[in-house]
Each structure stands twice: as C-alpha cells, then as structure tokens.
Design a protein around this ligand. Structure first.
Ligand SMILES: [Zn+2]
Length: 72
C-alpha cells in the first residue's frame, strides 16, 4: 500500500510503498530532494530525521541487500 508522507522541509506530500505496517529507512522528497530517515508504525509517521547524502546511500544499500535476501 502507499502511505503519504509530508516533507518537513517544504511541506509537499510524497508517498512511499509499504510492504508491512511498519517501516524504518531512507526517504527522499521528490520535490526538494531533502533526505530523511523515517520511522513508520501502524502506517503512521513516528519520526523523521534529516539524513546526509552519504548516509542515505548507505541505508539504500542496506535496504537493497535486505530485499535481495528476502527474495531467496
Ligand atoms: Zn521537500
């Protein structure tokens, strides 16, 4: 399902696709390209913290690896 997230920086609404009702990982605003680490619980945004490009790349790698392992 898709869950809407409002960018804390520019207030533009974006969305992410959720597989489960909770999620923790990187999010990039489509409008201002701001990077955040978001934490979702029960499809609600619990925390949203600014993220550096370096950390964002690292987190995306981890997410990609996780997805890879899940498929096997
Ligand atoms: Zn934004």
């Amino acid at each position: 399902m898709m869950v809407k997230i409002k960018c804390p920086k520019c207030n533009v609404e974006g969305s992410i696709s959720m597989v489960e009702s909770s999620y923790q990982g990187p999010y990039r605003c489509w409008k201002c390209s701001a990077l955040f680490t978001i934490k979702m619980e029960n499809n609600e945004l619990k925390s949203c913290e600014p993220l550096s490009q370096e950390e964002f790349d690292k987190q995306q790698e981890i997410e990609a690896l996780k997805a890879k392992f899940k498929r096997q």
